[in-house]
Ligand binder design. Structure first.
Ligand SMILES: Cc1ncc(COP(=O)(O)O)c(C=O)c1O
Ligand SMILES: [Zn+2]
Length: 385
């Protein structure tokens, strides 16, 4: 394993990786894993990658977990990058279809890595606040690893997610509130109950799993990153993880300096990052009365807000809000044109692409990649009418 240490994303303070921990012990911001890339590159090259298994564990040298420890794995990663030409014929549009992961969402990537590390470092009971998909993924990987999963979800989480968590043997608590209220309940009880908090960016390794989105994207685009990336953003792990992957790959000599313009896509009813981006703020205030059918985007306050805003500005991208009616309408358009039943979060990105075209923030012929982060079939309540 080539993990060197953990580093605070805000104050830079180093922490040892070898004990279970959550936030920076000095400023309470997220910790990120620092990998010895020079050492990793002795065995991990673009050429060796091509011969390896499809799962995200093919990037083993840049992931945490000692080499002789078996990861908690269900075959996550290795999802297809599909052409989206019928949806937007003047854009070179591609869709990274993350609904083909175990538990049908991209949350599998983060949880495979984070559950593996939590178990290795001695955790036995894992807790997470979830909009739905992260809960399902935690439940599956905890079961695989033989650990307890304690999942707190808003009562209006899609039924499929709730049933899935229960059938995977997790302890499920429904909360009359938002994901932030679920997180607060875990924070209140975790010490007494002996739970390890697996909240987005409050432990360092879910982002390591999510960074494989960036590695896969580069490989599937033959090491030329696209011009534009549209990512449905709640807590922002994918955005932060991909950006980290791009930097790591540049250090490895796999890609050049070019970065995609990164766009965070949110719901009009819960758009803290959009508001903060437009106001020129460095962090995002809590979004009041958050509501949207895209449960994964119902995150009124994100601990990684400052990291996301930095990435959007550095990449010369932006932040776009899409309303619920547009998500449902566009999901039908994507379904009937491309044969993909996308989740509302994914649909939001297709709506945002239309916005970029209207405002000429994307030129015809440019290559854009949309992340369909989950499966429409889990959101029957949203699509019923
Ligand atoms: C389908 C889907 N898309 C996007 C998101 C947002 O992901 P992140 O919190 O990494 O920004 C979620 C989170 O729950 C989700 O379930
Ligand atoms: Zn710090």
């Amino acid at each position: 394993m080539f993990l060197k240490h953990l580093e605070c994303s805000a104050c830079g303070l180093q922490h040892e990786w070898s004990r279970l921990q959550n936030l920076c012990c000095s400023c309470y911001k997220p910790l990120l894993a620092i990998v010895d890339l020079a050492a990793a590159s002795r065995t991990l090259t673009r050429e060796t990658l091509a011969t390896r298994e499809e799962s995200l564990w093919r990037y083993r040298e840049v992931l945490p977990l000692p080499g002789d420890v078996e990861p908690a794995s269900l075959g996550e990663g290795g999802t297809p990058l599909l052409s989206g030409r019928k949806f937007a014929d003047d854009i070179d549009l591609w869709i990274k279809d993350e609904s083909l992961n175990p538990t049908q969402s991209f949350k599998a990537r983060g949880m495979s890595v984070a559950v593996s590390m939590a178990k290795y470092l001695g955790a036995t009971k894992l807790a997470v606040p979830s909009a739905g998909n992260a809960g399902g993924a935690l439940a599956a990987y905890a079961a695989r690893a033989g650990l307890e999963a304690h999942i707190f979800m808003p009562h209006d989480t899609p039924r499929a997610n709730i049933i899935e968590c229960r059938e995977l043997g997790a302890h499920v608590t429904l909360i009359d509130g938002l994901i932030t209220d679920c997180g607060a309940e875990i924070a209140r009880r975790k010490e007494k109950e002996g739970w390890f908090d697996m909240s987005t960016l409050k432990e360092p390794y879910r982002v390591e799993g999510k960074k494989t989105l960036g590695y896969e994207l580069a490989e599937q685009c033959e090491w030329q990153l696209p011009d534009v990336v549209l990512y449905p953003t709640g807590g922002g792990t994918g955005l932060i993880g991909m950006w980290k992957a791009f930097d790591e790959m540049e250090t490895l000599g796999w890609i050049g300096k070019k970065r995609p313009r990164m766009f965070a896509v949110q719901a009009s009813g819960c758009a803290p990052i959009v508001r903060a981006f437009e106001a020129g703020e460095k962090s995002a205030a809590e979004f009041p009365d958050a509501h949207t059918i895209a449960s994964g985007l119902r995150v009124p306050k994100a601990i990684g807000d400052f990291l996301m805003l930095n990435i959007l500005r550095q990449s010369k991208g932006g932040a776009i809000a899409v309303d619920d009616e547009e998500m449902v309408r566009v999901a039908h358009e994507v379904g009937s044109k491309e044969g993909l039943f996308v989740c509302p979060e994914g649909a939001a990105c297709f709506g945002a692409l239309k916005g970029l075209q209207r405002t000429r923030k994307i030129a015809s012929g440019e290559r854009a990649v949309i992340f369909n982060t989950g499966a429409g079939i889990k959101y029957l309540e949203c699509y019923r009418s």
